[in-house]
Ligand binder design. Structure first.
Ligand code: DGL
Length: 275
């Protein structure tokens, strides 16, 4: 690649998609680590949740989401949704000729690095847990690790309701985490976009000796590694970074709820029409 095309390559956007609002936790980590990067986010708020849907449906939705972002001439595609990463990553990698990364591999790598007892718990949506994608990724890194899983479908609506630190959520979390806690894991993968907001509640139940692995932070590191390897890191000033947000339904709700996930800098979102 000559210098001019490399320079325009570096300025291209990073595309990030999710089933809705939750993927903003992944985008937040990416923009914290790489503040100069230009980004475009798509939340498929019209069709959320993906977590309770079939593999075929999640795969189809994911390809449509990715197609929308690819039309923005992106340099890298991040599948921020755990369920979409679990069900559709292989298809996306085959279909698009830019680097495509999901949140499962980075999360699994961070969990294997963290465990000393070789016992890892994984929580996520019904789809993510049913797919066994985290367990397969963990075992492929270290076959000696035992995994303990639990789908926690009520966590997503509780977080979106703003009840992440409410006593109701603590009661529900205690019930969900009972078996995993009893299994003696020393590491727990927060395998869903919304769960980083539950760190306090989950941490209080699991205790200080259990490391909570946030796939969002591990994925941001992976984005940096890939862009660095390919000479595609943007060297512009952070103040000039472009942040575009699209949703397939109700930009107003996305802005209100999304601020809890992303913090400052989420000021406008446009309606997207997928083909
Ligand atoms: N973004 C989804 C995930 O990480 C959670 C919300 C949903 O079910 O769509 O799996």
């Amino acid at each position: 690649m000559n210098d001019i095309s490399n320079k325009s390559g570096r300025k291209k956007l990073i595309g990030v998609f999710d089933s809705g609002i939750g993927g903003l936790t992944v985008l937040r980590e990416i923009t914290r680590l790489l503040p100069s990067e230009n980004t475009v986010y798509l939340g498929d708020t019209a069709r959320v949740p993906y977590g309770s849907k079939s593999k075929q449906t999640v795969e189809r939705y994911s390809v449509e989401d990715a197609n929308f972002l690819v039309r923005h001439n992106i340099k890298l595609l991040v599948t921020a949704c755990n369920t979409a990463s679990a069900y559709a990553l292989t298809r996306l990698k085959n279909e698009f000729d830019i680097p495509v990364i999901g949140v499962i591999e980075p999360g699994a790598r961070a969990a294997v690095a963290a465990t000393i007892a070789n016992k890892i718990g994984v929580i996520g949506t019904e789809g993510t847990i049913k797919s066994s994608a985290y367990c397969a990724a963990i075992k492929s890194i270290n076959p000696a690790v035992s995994t303990f899983v639990k789908a926690c479908p009520l966590f997503v609506p509780l977080v979106e309701e703003g009840w992440a630190n409410d006593e109701v959520t603590a009661v529900i979390a205690s019930r969900y985490l009972e078996d995993i806690k009893g299994s003696g894991v020393d590491t727990l993968v927060l395998g869903c976009t919304h769960y980083p907001l539950l760190k306090e509640t989950i941490g209080a139940i699991m205790g200080k000796s259990v490391a909570l692995v946030d796939s969002a932070a591990s994925t941001a590191n992976e984005v940096k590694r890939i862009l660095t390897d390919r000479g595609l890191l943007n060297d512009g000033s952070p103040g000039e970074a472009v942040r575009k947000f699209f949703v397939t339904d109700s930009p107003e709700r996305f802005l209100t709820v999304g601020r809890r996930f992303f913090g400052d800098g989420l000021d406008q979102a446009e309606l997207a029409f997928l083909e």
